[in-house]
Design a binder for this molecule. Structure first.
Ligand code: PLP
Length: 409
């Protein structure tokens, strides 16, 4: 089998299994227990949090372990929006990009339907890039450049003034898109939000393991990460929220995770995530260069051998491991089946949208026609991708496109 769907998920690394194993077996304590077994678990949890904080360049207390990227995104968007509006009812707008993962897009929709927030989408260009000037304009800061050195603090109450951005509860723009791999200039976008006193969240689920995650370099107020894209198990994630940013809990109970996310902590998975994050950070720069070179060779080869194919997303500012295309005259689902017959696993877009007849919201936002969007395929590579496998995959893809186009399905 050739697995070219690493953006959907990755296998758990052996070192990760070894690191988490004791906390599933002999050191199975509850970190809230005062006896020795509990305290061993509490220590492991604290060490895991410290390890994650070292990668993100933040304080350990600014990290909340969650059940995955989806929960981290929900907590960031809803938690910050609700807390900021409770402090100042004028903050009634939520600003997100038009190509967010459903974990953000549907959370924004919930905030609109149930809590009456006004949600505004920042458009993207044909390559999926958010234009910083458009972002500034939507935030209400067309003159963001003159908003003043340092800007307002996102933690303080501005008393409901009508300054640009004062009515925005939170802004969120993803670091790297899960369907087309396009990257956003997060430091620039975060800087615009900061100059207007708006807390800025970024979904870094796809970026983690490939790109810089230091929150000081990025300038973000909140950042989401998921374990299973990095070699940790499915069902664990992490949310960074800067200490000064207010956050309303979504899960209430025993007060774990600083009372932001109650529930007995999943110590083994927190250890797993910390180990995976540490290991991927150690090899990140080298893998990114190697895999990006293979990705570029793959893209060139597909475009050369299949003249009808078009690349989706930005040509170079994209995740090292993501190559995504449309193949007009075919169907993404049929191509997927043809490739699967040859034991090649890829995706017809995001794993979450698979099986749905709706064209991808991401491709629609990028201006791709509905019929063309239904011919999309995403190939995503892990850090250990082999060049030979990519050569084979191109050969099978050429054959699959010819077969599907001929049969007209
Ligand atoms: N955000 C992005 C960009 C993703 O790609 C995904 C998963 O594919 C998620 C959020 C959700 O993460 P999880 O599967 O851990 O809930």
């Amino acid at each position: 089998m050739i697995f070219l769907d690493a953006a959907a998920t990755t296998p758990v690394r052996r070192e990760v299994i070894e690191a988490m194993f004791p906390y599933l077996t002999n050191q199975f304590g509850n970190p809230s227990s005062h006896h020795e077994l509990g305290q061993l678990a509490a220590k492991a949890l604290a060490a895991a949090r410290e390890q994650c904080a070292a990668v993100l360049g933040c304080h350990a207390e600014e990290l909340i372990f969650t059940s995955g990227g989806t929960e981290a995104d929900n907590l960031a968007l809803k938690g910050i929006a609700l807390a900021r509006r409770a402090a100042n009812p004028a903050r009634n707008r939520v600003v997100i990009s038009a190509i967010e993962h459903p974990a953000i897009a549907d959370s924004a929709d919930y905030l609109s339907r149930v809590h009456g927030f006004v949600v505004e989408l920042v458009p993207v260009g044909p390559d999926g890039v958010v234009d910083p000037a458009e972002f500034a304009a939507v935030l209400g800061g067309a003159g963001a450049g003159s908003a003043g050195a340092g800007g307002a603090s996102v933690g303080e109450d501005d008393g409901g003034t009508q300054a640009p951005g004062a009515d925005v509860a939170i802004a969120s723009v993803m670091y790297a898109n899960n369907e087309v791999g396009t990257l956003q200039d997060i430091p620039v976008l975060a800087g615009i939000a900061r100059s207007l006193g708006v807390p800025f969240h970024s979904d870094a689920v796809q970026a983690a393991g490939w790109l810089e995650l230091d929150v000081n370099v990025l300038g973000v107020d909140a950042l989401s990460i998921s374990g299973h894209k990095l070699g940790a198990p499915k069902g664990v994630g992490l949310l960074y929220v800067k200490g000064s940013v207010p956050l309303e809990p979504l899960i209430h109970g025993g007060g774990q995770e600083g009372s932001i996310r109650s529930g007995t902590e999943n110590v083994a998975f927190a250890v797993a995530l910390a180990t995976a994050l540490r290991l991927s950070e150690a090899g990140r720069a080298e893998s990114a260069v190697r895999v990006a070179a293979l990705r570029d060779g793959f893209i060139d080869s597909v475009l050369e051998k299949i003249p009808t194919a078009s690349l989706t997303g930005h040509r170079s500012s994209r995740l090292p491991g993501v190559a995504s295309f449309c193949f007009p005259g075919t169907s993404g689902e049929s191509l997927l089946l043809e490739l699967e017959r040859q034991s090649i696993m890829c995706s017809s877009g995001s794993a979450c949208a698979a099986g749905s007849d709706e064209p991808s919201a991401v491709l629609s936002a990028m201006g791709v026609e509905r019929a063309v969007a239904q011919t999309a395929l995403r190939f995503s590579f892990g850090a250990d991708v082999a060049e030979n496998d990519l050569v084979l995959a191109v050969r099978e893809l050429v054959a699959a496109v010819a077969t599907v186009a001929k049969l007209g399905r």
